[in-house]
Design a binder for this molecule. Structure first.
Ligand SMILES: [Ca+2]
Ligand SMILES: [Ca+2]
Length: 86
């Protein structure tokens, strides 16, 4: 069971999002690919499934290389928080 759901958006804060994004960088290349982002989605429990991960990638992936790099992750954090803040 995910710890965080839409029913408890107060648990999805900036620190939590950054922590999860760091944790899901499984190959430690500093970028998040689609698979890693899906894992982040799962751990946050805030946006379920591939479709939402895809939307988040499309939004944050400024150079369209399919990876969310360091700079783009800032945008991703903002995007997630704008979606899920109370
Ligand atoms: Ca990675
Ligand atoms: Ca990119």
């Amino acid at each position: 069971m995910p710890l965080f759901t839409f029913k408890h958006p107060e648990f999805v804060n900036e620190g939590r999002v950054r922590e999860v994004l760091k944790k899901v960088d499984i190959d430690h290349d500093g970028n998040l690919n689609k698979k890693e982002l899906q894992e982040a989605a799962r751990q946050l429990g805030a946006f379920n499934g591939a479709w939402r991960a895809f939307r988040a990638i499309n939004h944050a992936d400024a150079n369209n290389d399919g990876l969310i790099s360091g700079e783009e992750q800032e945008e991703l954090v903002k995007y997630l928080l704008s979606k899920y803040k109370t």
